[in-house]
Ligand binder design. Structure first.
Ligand code: GTP
Ligand code: MG
Length: 167
């Protein structure tokens, strides 16, 4: 079996914890809890291989030192933005830049997730913009909702595992 360490990054409030909880439990938690970091273990069968994931749900407000430590720790990364919060989208590329600096000379294995797709009426970032950014960052892209489960929340985690395993 394979061991994969995944870390979830993104601005405070984009729904990192909600996405992790949705992936692990198929449920949505309403209460907003500006989290301290937490880690979870999860086992999945991906392409007929047993994969043991360790998932680190980082806090959007962590300091630089913590952030770099988490980046060093991870094998693969999910960067999340909120489709109703343009600032969260603008923070994606700098996070990727920091990942590259920390991981140098290793390749950064990454997927991009635009969350809160259920809030179409409040959308500030179009799907095309998300796709364009993912193309620039050379990574897979998913729009989804931790709230309704629409989009491919599990697929984002599984695809990241596949890419980590390919490296
Ligand atoms: P920090 O841990 O503080 O960095 O935030 P976070 O990224 O973990 O965000 P969290 O999961 O705590 O969600 C923030 C708020 O957004 C909460 O009130 C959630 O209920 C809400 N939320 C998360 N995902 C979704 C979603 O897909 N749709 C909607 N409508 N609300 C969401
Ligand atoms: Mg959180």
């Amino acid at each position: 079996s394979a061991e994969v360490k995944l870390a979830v990054f993104g601005k405070a409030g984009v729904g990192k914890s909600a996405l992790v909880v949705r992936f692990l439990t198929k449920r949505f938690i309403w209460e907003y809890d500006p989290t301290l970091e937490s880690t979870y273990r999860h086992q999945a069968n991906i392409d007929e291989e047993v994969v043991n994931m360790e998932i680190l749900d980082t806090a959007g407000q962590e300091d630089m030192l913590q952030r770099e430590g988490h980046m060093r720790w991870g094998d693969g990364f999910i960067i999340v933005y909120d489709i109703t919060d343009r600032v969260s989208f603008e923070e994606v590329a700098p996070l990727k830049g920091l990942l590259e600096e920390v991981k140098k000379p290793k390749h950064v294995t990454l997927v991009l997730v635009g969350n809160k797709a259920d809030l179409e009426h409040a959308r500030q970032v179009s799907t095309e913009e998300g796709e364009r950014l993912a193309a620039e960052l050379a990574c897979a892209f998913y729009e989804c909702s931790a709230c309704t489960g629409e989009g491919a929340v599990s697929e984002a985690f599984h695809e990241l595992c596949r890419e980590v395993r390919r490296r």
